[in-house]
Design a protein. Structure first.
Lengths: 164, 364
């Protein structure tokens, strides 16, 4: 039964050796190993977190970009629309202006024509009056010599003068 | 596959022949010196030697197995290749004495007033029986244990330097191989059983695991010592775990021993002794489990090889070698399993001793 009786010498050496191994390994092996493992785990976790954050940021950025593009498109459309409106308005305005101008010109021409007409009529009247006076003078001049003829002439003149 | 098998075959056969050359040093003629006071011891000694002589002709398997399992004052690597180890003795009158175990290689196995008795296990007894002597020799087991300690320290300090020098890089080579085991012990054995305060106990438990593992595997090599199959070793490990548990145990643990929850008062008469026996049963079971498993494995392997020498047949040898090969694989597995179980149970005992008894925690 020597197999089941522990040997005190062996227990002594076992205690010494095992405790030494525990202390040496704890100080020089397990501490750096466990620290290294933990550091690496933290690093990996950090990298994963960063990736997750970056992805979220990318998504946000993408949606921002889309929003920006949509805004830009809207602004462009607005500008185009405004420009078109402005052009239309300008054309319309020009047209109106031209029409007004033309009307004005027509009006002034008409006025001028009327004035000229008036003038011409007045002139003609004056001419007629002068002519009548001259005729009358001439008639008078001749008729005064010939009485019968004068009378005849006056009658003639009177009938021709009733033109107006 | 075939070459592997052949390799193992030859290794197993060589190992078998190496292992079973029982020492035949003690083949001197018996002399009777009646005037000596040590007659009794000598006679006992001679009887054993006589047995050994006999066993040369008549192979004694039991003795062979015991010889290989027990501790020794010298390291017999194979027959004839013997490494003498230092004998360290302490006695009150002579103080500390150190000499080589090869000094016992004489007719009566006597040196300087000490007698080396070969039995199931070797013991050194003083020739003068009135003296008491304490044997602190570096025996085969101590030497093997020192070797394993050196191996452990070399392996893990070199791995630790990997971690220091290659910070932030992926593990490579041997580092990754060990890392798997370290992480397994940390994440699957220690952490779930001890809980959040596991880091304090991790160095002890990791050392425990690797110490048992390395010694288990060293013990499987031909010509090596049976360290973890020695009850002194397993007892020391179990007692250390016992001490760690009881130094760190909290009030709940001790209160539970004398007043278990929800037990009616009359039952306490039974429960308290049971609880207290349980306290000592845990390290006892640790001790016996490791010792018995490793010793049993060695005995089975040695018995198988012994069969070759009993049958002395060329036909039976390959069959038994094949069987021994299979058992060797099982023993490698057992080496890992026993190291794992010792560590697992140690962490469970520590965990149960430091557990805070909040019942909300029981949901896990």
């Amino acid at each position: 039964m020597s197999l089941l009786t522990p040997n005190p010498g062996l227990i002594f050496w076992m205690l010494v050796v095992f405790l030494l191994v525990v202390f040496i390994l704890a100080k020089f092996a397990w501490k750096p190993i466990i620290k290294g493992l933990k550091d690496r785990e933290n690093e990996i976790q950090g990298a994963l977190d960063l990736a997750e954050r970056t992805r979220a940021e990318m998504v946000k950025l993408k949606s921002d970009n889309e929003k920006l593009i949509a805004e830009a498109n809207a602004v462009r459309d607005q500008i185009l629309r405004d420009a078109k409106d402005a052009a239309d308005r300008t054309i319309l305005e020009s047209k109106d202006k031209a029409a007004v101008e033309a009307q004005k010109m027509i009006d002034s021409a008409r006025e001028a024509i009327r004035n000229e007409q008036q003038l011409a009529v007045t002139k003609i009247r004056k001419e007629v009056a002068t002519l009548s006076l001259e005729i009358a003078e001439k008639v008078l001049h001749r008729e005064l010599k010939d009485k019968a003829a004068q009378e005849q002439l006056i009658a003639e003149l009177a009938s021709s003068a009733r033109l107006n | 596959m075939y070459t592997h098998l052949r390799l193992f075959f030859t290794t197993a056969l060589v190992a078998a022949t190496c292992l079973f050359n029982v020492p035949t040093r003690a083949a001197e003629p018996v002399q009777h010196e009646a005037e000596k006071a040590v007659e009794g011891i000598n006679q006992a000694e001679h009887k054993i030697e006589h047995n050994l002589e006999e066993s040369e002709e008549k192979f004694n398997i039991g003795q062979m197995i015991m010889h290989h399992i027990a501790d020794s004052h010298e390291w017999e690597i194979t027959h004839g290749v013997v490494l003498p180890l230092p004998v360290i003795l302490y006695s009150a009158d002579r103080g500390i004495e150190v000499f080589s175990s090869s000094n016992f290689h004489n007719d009566h196995h006597e040196y300087n007033g000490y007698h080396l008795v070969h039995g199931d296990a070797e013991t050194i007894v003083p020739v003068d029986e009135s003296r008491t002597v304490y044997d602190f020799s570096i025996t085969k087991n101590v030497a093997s244990m020192l070797l394993s300690a050196v191996i452990l320290i070399l392996i893990f300090t070199s791995i630790a330097s990997f971690y220091k020098n290659n910070k932030g890089k992926a593990p490579r080579g041997f580092q990754s191989a060990m890392e798997v085991i370290i992480l397994f012990i940390r994440d699957d054995v220690v952490k779930p059983n001890i809980g959040p305060k596991y880091e304090k106990y991790l160095p002890y438990l990791l050392t425990l695991f690797f110490f048992i593992l390395v010694n288990n595997i060293l013990g499987l090599l031909p010509g090596s010592a049976n360290v973890t199959g020695n009850i002194a070793i397993t007892m020391t490990l179990a007692v250390l775990t016992f001490i760690v548990v009881h130094l760190n145990a909290n009030g709940n643990y001790y209160k539970h021993l004398v007043k278990p929850d929800g037990v009616p008062v009359p039952l306490l008469l039974i429960m308290i002794p049971v609880e207290i026996v349980g306290v000592f049963m845990k390290p006892f079971s640790l001790m016996v489990r490791l010792f018995a498993n490793m010793t049993a494995g060695h005995i089975i392997l040695l018995s198988l090889f012994g069969l070759i020498f009993i049958f002395q047949s060329i036909v039976i040898a390959p069959v038994i070698s094949l069987f021994a090969l299979f058992l060797n694989f099982i023993e490698i597995m057992v080496a890992f399993i026993q190291a794992f179980i010792f560590t697992l149970l140690s962490s469970m005992y520590i965990g149960s001793a430091i557990e805070e008894h909040s019942h909300a925690d029981h949901g896990h």
